[in-house]
Design a protein around this ligand. Structure first.
Ligand SMILES: [Zn+2]
Length: 85
């Protein structure tokens, strides 16, 4: 009774690679970045807001160290500007 058919062969094509940063809980589904809230985002913003300050070698953000995204300073200026209207 050795003859068994392999039925559930996993298909490699449909696999989505999900990565999660242990520090900021941000996620990458394949190459698309999502905030911890589930919103699509820009990893450069994440780098400026979180990873550059709090990230260490555990951070998986490929854009860590990037300053092209949003920073707290920019965000503060933006908020101040809005509240002063
Ligand atoms: Zn991170």
């Amino acid at each position: 009774m050795k003859e068994r058919k392999l039925k559930h062969v996993p298909s490699v094509e449909n696999r989505i690679v999900i990565k999660q940063c242990p520090l900021c809980a941000a996620r990458w589904l394949d190459d698309q970045f999502y905030w911890a809230t589930g919103k699509v985002g820009c990893p450069h913003d994440l780098a400026g807001l979180l990873c550059n300050d709090n990230g260490d070698e555990r951070c998986i953000n490929p854009c860590k160290g990037s300053t092209s995204g949003q920073t707290w300073e920019q965000r503060r200026n933006y908020l101040n500007g809005e509240s002063n209207v």
